[in-house]
Design a protein around this ligand. Structure first.
Ligand code: PEP
Length: 252
């Protein structure tokens, strides 16, 4: 099988308000050529999902939220529902980001609920996993990833995997300037694909896109994207700069 369609995603985290966010979105859209082999996704803060979607209407950019609740509506203070994301022009959501896990205490079980909830409304779900430096140094990276994947994908049926993208983001590489080497990233992506084959079947494992995240920059994107099991990138810091992200989405 040839390589899967790449997905280049920018996670803006808690940055940008309407004016700078819309400008950034327009500049990123301008950097998109007539791609056939890749897709571009932006995840702005909830507050400007509508504005960014509106300004990019008709442009080939997928809009996603940085998290999502499993319920349609109700007493869930501080949350955003899948239909709110869709009404704001979004069609995707990120779940399980390490900042949600580490700073806000989100568990594998909670992330699984979010993942299944988003899928039930038809969102494209970017499901993040990743080990800490301590875990990697203790030789536990694969065991930690196995656990996160197994629990995060609990009760997700094989057909729904068409709407799931996994993002491998080693916690030690996020926002630190340290990138996993291309060999480390490839080895881990191949491991994750093996876990998917074990949970589902070869077909599902081969079709699921696995993104790498952790200090992806214009200077390292080409070598990362040349790896057979790396199908895209989830980018934080460099996604806030249109020139850098423009180069990243135009990886060679
Ligand atoms: C991220 O937040 O998902 C991320 C990978 O951040 P950075 O690119 O800044 O390391």
């Amino acid at each position: 099988m040839g390589k899967r369609k790449a997905l280049m995603a920018g996670n803006w985290k808690m940055h940008t308000t309407a004016v700078d966010g819309c400008q950034l979105a327009v500049d990123v859209a301008s950097a998109c050529a007539d791609f056939t082999d890749r897709e571009v996704l932006l995840a702005p803060p909830f507050t400007i999902l509508s504005e960014v979607s509106h300004i990019l209407k008709g442009r080939p950019v997928i809009i996603g939220s940085q998290n999502v609740c499993w319920e349609e509506k109700g007493a869930f203070t501080g949350e955003i529902s899948p239909i709110m994301v869709q009404a704001a022009g979004g069609s995707a959501a990120i779940v399980g980001h390490s900042e949600r896990r580490q700073i806000f205490g989100e568990t594998d079980e909670l992330i699984n609920k979010r993942l299944r909830g988003g899928l039930s409304f038809g969102l494209l779900m970017i499901f993040c996993v990743g080990e800490t430096l301590e875990e990697r140094e203790a030789g536990k990276a694969f065991a930690v990833l196995y656990e996160q994947i197994k629990k995060g994908l609990a009760d997700v049926a094989a057909p729904d995997m068409a709407k799931v993208v996994i993002a491998y983001e080693p916690v030690w590489a996020i926002g630190t300037g340290k990138t996993a080497s291309k060999e480390q990233a490839q080895e881990t992506h191949a491991f994750i694909r093996g876990v998917l084959e074990q949970i589902y079947e070869k077909n599902v494992a081969e079709q699921t896109r696995i993104l790498y995240g952790g200090s992806v920059k214009p200077t390292n994107v080409d070598e990362l994207m040349a790896q057979p099991d790396i199908d895209g990138a989830l980018v934080g810091g460099a996604a806030l700069d249109a020139q850098s992200f423009g180069r990243i989405i135009n990886f060679k």
